[in-house]
Design a binder for this molecule. Structure first.
Ligand SMILES: [Zn+2]
Length: 270
């Protein structure tokens, strides 16, 4: 039986001298491992659509427990990713995170869309890579179910916050006023002990606290709530961008509880 679908090549591995194994991310079936005979040969008809970061249309057949590639047609190869080391390194990180986060035999339409949009904006070169990376990380975390509560203070409940610290592990923010209370605790007799205890509880449970400037907090709120098409349609001043990007990375990595070799490489070349 033949299966026809569109997919993005998020990983490739050498199988034999002429064959390789692709990992395709698809909307309908999630992540699929596909054997591609002859794909490493220069003369192969399927070569262009089986390169890493290629998005294409694929006809597969199943033999035993494995899918094999019969035909393919390239739709987009994000060529600019292959000509710039920083772009290529960021694309490799995006694909490794997506590979780690995606499921087999589960619809992954939203994840495929996020990945394609991210690779497209990286290749286009119109936005700072740190902005793209941070927006991707926050959005992915939210899509995976790690939606942080950035709307109100976890201690006093105030929803009128422009500066805050983010408690990374639990995805909660504490307003500047409550942060100040804890730091002034020995002298401040006017504040109720209940407030102190709740805040101390949050701050002492973890050392994973990030201080967010107004622009960084606004950007984090935007990236988890905007329409998918508008994910990268914002700007930040350089110092705000650094806070946003550092926080987004820490937040995602903490939720996924792992590090990525491709991220280490990306950072090593900046
Ligand atoms: Zn508060």
């Amino acid at each position: 039986m033949l299966i026809e679908l569109k997919g993005l090549v998020i990983r490739t591995a050498t199988f034999t001298e002429s064959d390789k194994i692709l990992t395709l991310l698809t909307a309908e079936h999630g992540k699929i491992a596909v054997g591609a005979k002859g794909a490493r040969s220069i003369k192969s008809r399927v070569r262009s659509a089986t390169e890493l970061y290629s998005y294409g249309s694929y006809v597969l057949y199943k033999k035993g427990n494995y899918y094999w590639l019969r035909e393919s047609e390239l739709i987009e190869n994000f060529f600019a990713l292959r000509t710039d080391l920083e772009k290529m390194a960021l694309a490799a990180y995006v694909c490794e995170v997506v590979d780690d986060s995606s499921m087999e035999n589960m619809p992954e339409g939203d994840l495929l869309k996020l990945t394609l949009n991210t690779l497209y904006i990286i290749s286009k070169g119109t936005k700072p890579l740190s902005l793209i990376k941070g927006a991707f990380e926050m959005r992915l975390a939210a899509q995976l179910g790690f939606m942080p509560n950035l709307s109100s203070c976890a201690v006093c409940g105030s929803d009128c916050i422009s500066t805050a610290c983010l408690e990374i592990m639990n995805g909660r923010i504490v307003c500047a006023r409550c942060c100040e209370k804890i730091s002034n605790r020995p002298d401040d007799k006017a504040t109720s002990r209940g407030d102190y205890d709740a805040l101390a509880d949050i701050l002492c449970q973890t050392t994973h606290i990030c201080f967010l400037s107004p622009g960084a907090l606004a950007a984090m709120r935007y990236t988890i709530s905007c329409s998918p098409e508008r994910l990268f349609a914002f700007t930040l001043e350089a110092d705000e961008l650094k806070v946003f990007a550092d926080t987004a990375e820490r937040f995602l990595l903490n939720q996924l509880e792992r590090n990525f070799k491709t991220l280490d490489f990306y950072k090593s070349i900046l």
